[in-house]
Structures are given as C-alpha cells and as structure tokens.
Design a protein. Structure first.
Lengths: 295, 371
C-alpha cells in the first residue's frame, strides 16, 4: 500500500523538475548561442593553421599553436601577468578589507549611502575612468603640478609600473570590497563578543573568529579580482605605455597586428582552462572546509 | 541538440573561413560599368577621420545614390570584416601591404579602368608599386611617411642637427631628450625604423629574407626599450603636442592633424630622418563582398577628379597621389616638407613589403624587445 502513496509525490516532483527545465530554458539557450558556440569556434581555430599572409586555414589540424605556448618568450609574459594579477589581488585585499569592515560596521542607514557611493563610479564607463587616471598622473596633471609646486620637482608616474598598479587597484577594488562587505555584514558579532569575554584580545579575536568566518568573502573577492586582472588589457596599455607586454595585450595582438588567430585562440583556450581549474579547485576546498567545520 | 549546435557552429565557421567566391561574378559585372554609372547605394568602408564629409554629400547629389559611410581603425580590423563576409562593403581603403595580402587571398575584385578615366591623374610614381605590380586591384588614395615628431626645444638641445633615427636609437642622443621618446606600437614600423638606422634597405631585407639583419634590428629595439617612455600608435601625436614626450615616432598625417588642432606649429614639427624612412600609400579597392560594383567605380573616379582630390587633401592633410590636383591644393600643405618632402628625401623613402613568414619573426622580436 505504500506504492500508490509514493506515486503522487513522485509525480509532483517530476512536474516540478520539468517546470525547472522550462524556466531554465531561456538562460540555457542564451548560453548555448552566445557562450558555447563562440567558445567552440575559438577551440576549433586553435587547431588551425596560419598561412604566410596571416589568414587562418581550418584544415590540416595541428597542435603547433599549443607547442608555441611553452616558448620562453610566452612563458615570460604569462609569468609577468600572473605576478601582476597576484600583486593586484593582495593590494586589493589589504586596502579592501579594512574598507569593507568599516562599511559593514556603520549603522544601517549610513551603510546604504556608503554602499551607493562605492558603486557610483561604475555608472561611468571603465575606459573613461582609466583616461581620467591618466590625466591625473600625466606630466601636466594635478599630482605632478602639486609635487612641483611643493618643490619636489616634476613627478613622473605615468607610463611606469607604478601607474599600472595604481590603475589596477582602482579598477578592481570594488570587486574585492563587495564580497567582503557581504561576508563581514553577515558575521554574527556575538561570536566576537564571546571571544572577547573569554579574554581574547582584539587581534586574537580577529584571527580566530572574524577572519575564518569572513574567509568566504576573501576567496570570492580574490577570484573576482585575480581573473580579470590576469587578462587585463586596457590598464597596462593606457597607463603603462604598452612597454611591458602582458597576456591580455599579447592575445589581442595575435588577433590584430600579428594576424595569428590559431595562436591567439590557443592562448585563450589555455587561459580559460587554467582559470576553470583554479575556480573548481577553490570551490572544492571551500566546500570541504565548510562541511569540515560544521561537523 | 548540443551536437547539432556544435555542427552548425562548425559549418558556420567553415562558411566564414572559406568565404563565397563572389569575386569572379563581380569582376564580370565590373567589365560592363560605364564611367559614372551607378548600380545601387554605395557602402564605403574607410579609415577613421580620413574623408571630407562635404565630398560624400557632393557625390550623393551628383550620382543620385546614397552612401553608407563606416570607419575602421586598422587594416587588420577591415580585413577581418571582409574575411568574415558578413557585411557587404563595396569600397575599402587598404594600405600598401594590405593590398598585397588581400590580393593573395583573393579578397579583391580586379578593377575596370575604363570606368575610372580619372586614373590618368595619378602620378607615375604611384603606378606599378611592389604590392600590386600590374596595377590590377587598386588606385592610390592618399600617401604619407613615417618619421619623427619633435619639439623645437628638444631639437635645439640636440644642437639643431639634421634629423636622425639616432634620436631614438643612439643612447647618447636619446639621453639628451629630457621629455622622453615614444615609438609606434607597431612591429613592422618599429622594425623598419631600426633597419633604416642600421643602414639597411627595408625592401632588400624583406624580399631577400635577410634574417640576420632583422635579428640585428630586433636586438637594437630591445636595447632601446628601457630608454623609451612608451609605445603608442593612437595618441603619439597628441602626446607630443601635450608634452608627455619630446620625440615621437609616427605617421605624417597624424602629426599634421594634431599640430593643426593644437596650433602647435611654433613649438613642434614633423621631420623625416636623414637615413630615410617608410613611405606608405593608402589605396581604394573593391572587396569581394561588393554588391554595387559600378557605384564603387563611380566613387573612385569621383575622388580621383583633380578638384575633389585636392579637397580631400586640404581636409585631411595627407599628400595626394593625384598630380592634376596640385594646383588646387593649399600652398601651406604643398610647402610643408613633412607632407610633401623634396626629391632628395623622396629617393630615400621605402614601402614596407608584405613580410610573409618573416612577419611572425618580426612580431616575436618586437614582443621580445618589450621585455
């Protein structure tokens, strides 16, 4: 007699899952057309052949483009990009954590105003904001003028690595602040109070309670900053004077000037796969940590 | 479902890569075009800021068709559009080496010169160039050089000597340029400048496949990298005029436009180094995506008219290959040695040939130079 009792349940579940498929359909179709298809085309091109005039022949499939990636020249560019992305992530974290902490600990009304203020720069196109920074750092810009009127002489920042770091920090800080803000705001402050009641000093309470409980925000923010900065193109080109070639510019160059689409496609594929692995590994470890701490 | 999409995608790709072979049809249609004849609205794909809008209006009024005018920023961008075959452009403006590339890839339609009688206005110098030796696919549009822009102050600091590529490549000279030096972010142009400084002929090195010379120039670029302020192919002239750099490697017309806009003739100047330099010519050509092949011929003929050609040069400040136009060109343009160099300088100018397989080596060396 248990079988007929289960049947309606199963039917309901089935109907529900069918409804789920239908509601997910538009998103799935969208992803298929505008994400999977271009991706497949990139993958196919990465196995193609470049002719002497620079067009791509989609035949005689080969791995030549992938073999070129282990060239010292290319690995040097990858390493430099990795280093810059890492530095950007760390700087964003160092600046962003106290920032987010401050935001999250304000009274609710002020917090919302501050949050809007954080997001306002996003209403302006990123490229325009980078050009604004370029103006600020230029030899005629306010920074240089202030320093020369104070007697420190002309200040040359534009087209140096320092300018690139400033631009990267500025561009990606928000991506770090927002996830951190969410994590810190959700924090149960009674736990911190309990730690203090048990004679933990401020530093220890932070290390033992606040930091572990907000680590999900740190990880999310770091991924959100690291991935775009690894492939960043605009900031090094405009603020760095294109003097050091980074991965994003190098890939763009393959599709433009160098007209080596198979190689550009291969670089993109490797970049995507590497990012995917990093994200999956990160999520796995985050998930195991979560289950580990709850048990 | 998924496999179907993948299949469709791959099919679409092949279609895009192979392109349709519309060239032969268009060529036979072109053979019937009469001078000034039109066969529908014209889609004109040209470089950004490279046209006097009044000329387009005038052509529309005279020909009785409308012109859809769109712009691109680089030869490669234009080429990608034509290769994809998605848009139907009737007329494009490829530079010299790009004519060669497009010709070899069968992306251009042979022209019917009976429909372009004004082609007689083009100077002999511009016919039968290395990139299209039989003059089948192009007519010259505008031309210019790649040299150095400099502030008069920096030039004075360098002792008002004859202009030289040493301002960029000689550490002793470039060290005297207080405001810094910028180079084009363009591998073939940077390589050509280095070759010229080393005393090579660009054409000889490229056509004979002299890799040693190219590597030598690559090493020079690498050595120079640390002393440069920046690489830039877009705002090089504005950077010069705004004082971000004191010496800038760049294209003649770009400097002319920036000097004009900022009224900086008193402070800055464009010069062609004594070792010689790159000259280039942009051309009009009909891509295989053409639909109105006669209209395209009519537009070419219109722009090669003496007065119209002069109007173009008077607007964009590049030199005109149109000899009949010279009486109508503003005297200040004709007298500007940065736009119209004297015969001795002209003799030292060279085209950058389509580098073929050497192109990848040049790109790699430039990448390496940037470190």
């Amino acid at each position: 007699m248990t079988a007929p009792k289960l049947a309606p349940d199963a039917a309901v579940r089935k109907a529900e899952s069918r409804r789920g498929v239908f509601t997910a359909m538009p998103a799935a179709i969208y992803l298929l057309i505008f994400f999977c298809t271009p991706l497949l085309i990139i993958v196919a091109y990465s196995f193609g052949t470049r002719t002497a005039t620079g067009s791509t022949r989609l035949s005689g499939w080969n791995f030549d483009s992938y073999e070129r990636i282990i060239d010292d020249l290319v690995l040097g560019i990858v390493w430099r990009s990795f280093w810059l992305a890492g530095l950007t992530t760390i700087l964003c974290l160092v600046v962003g954590y106290p920032f987010a902490y401050y935001l999250a600990t304000r009274p609710a009304r002020i917090r919302n105003i501050l949050l809007v203020l954080v997001m306002i720069p996003f209403w302006t196109n990123g490229l325009i904001r980078i050009f604004a920074i370029r103006f600020l750092l230029g030899s005629d810009g306010p920074v240089s003028q202030a320093s020369s009127s104070l007697g420190f002489g002309e200040f040359r920042i534009l087209f140096t690595p320092t300018a690139v770091i400033i631009g990267m920090l500025y561009s990606y800080l928000t991506f770090m602040v927002l996830p951190l803000y969410v994590a810190i705001e959700r924090l149960d402050w009674r736990l911190v109070e309990a730690a203090r009641d048990l004679y933990a000093n401020g530093g220890k309470a932070f290390r033992k309670v606040t930091w572990p409980l907000t680590r999900s925000g740190v990880i999310a923010g770091s991924i959100l900053v690291f991935i775009p900065s690894f492939g960043s193109y605009v900031v090094p080109e405009i603020l760095g004077g294109a003097k050091t070639l980074l991965l994003g510019s190098y890939i763009a160059r393959q599709f433009g000037q160098a007209r080596n689409w198979p190689f550009g496609a291969a670089l993109s594929v490797v970049l995507i796969v590497a990012m995917l692995i990093a994200v999956v590994v990160n999520q796995r470890s985050a998930a195991s940590e979560l289950t580990g701490s709850s048990s | 479902m998924k496999t179907k999409f993948a299949l469709l995608a791959i099919l679409a790709m092949f279609a895009a890569a192979c392109g349709d072979d519309g060239g032969t049809d268009a060529a036979s249609a072109a053979a019937d075009c009469e001078p000034g004849e039109t066969d529908g609205d014209l889609s004109f794909y040209n470089w950004a800021e490279y046209m006097d809008p009044a000329l387009i209006d005038q052509f529309e009024a005279e020909a009785g068709i409308s012109v859809e005018y769109t712009e691109y920023e680089s030869n490669e961008q234009m080429l990608a559009q034509i290769e994809a075959g998605a848009a139907t452009y009737d007329l494009v403006v490829p530079s010299d080496y790009m004519v060669d590339t497009m010709r070899q890839e069968n992306l251009l339609v042979p022209l019917n010169f009976d429909a372009i009688p004004n082609v007689a206005n083009i100077g002999d110098e511009w016919t039968g160039p290395p990139f299209d030796p039989d003059n089948e696919f192009h007519v010259a549009y505008q031309w210019g050089t790649t040299g150095l822009g400099i502030s008069y102050d920096a030039w004075a600091a360098l002792g008002d000597e004859e202009p030289t590529w040493g301002w960029v490549f000689d550490p002793e000279l470039s060290g005297q340029v207080a405001g810094g030096v910028a180079m084009l972010d363009d591998a073939p142009e940077a390589m050509s400048a280095a070759l010229k400084y080393l005393g090579y002929s660009i054409g000889d090195v490229m056509t004979s496949g002299n890799e040693d010379a190219i590597r030598e120039a690559g090493a020079l670029l690498k050595e120079t990298n640390d002393r440069l302020t920046k690489y830039d192919s877009v705002s090089y002239a504005d950077d010069l005029v705004n004082g971000e750099v004191d010496v800038a490697h760049g294209w003649s017309g770009g400097f002319a436009a920036s000097l004009f806009e900022a009224d900086a003739y008193e402070t800055h100047v464009y010069l062609i180094p004594k070792e010689g330099a790159v000259r280039w010519v942009d051309t009009m050509a009909i891509p295989t995506t053409v639909e109105a092949v006669c209209s395209a011929h009519a537009m070419m003929n219109f722009l090669l008219d003496a007065e119209n050609g002069a109007a173009l040069t008077n607007f964009v400040y590049y030199a005109s290959p149109n000899e009949a136009a010279i009486p109508y060109i503003l005297p200040e343009i004709l007298e500007d040695p940065g736009i119209y160099p004297d015969a001795a300088t002209m003799a030292k100018l060279e085209f950058i040939p389509q580098a073929g397989d050497l192109g990848l080596l040049i790109q790699d060396l430039f990448t390496e130079a940037k470190g």
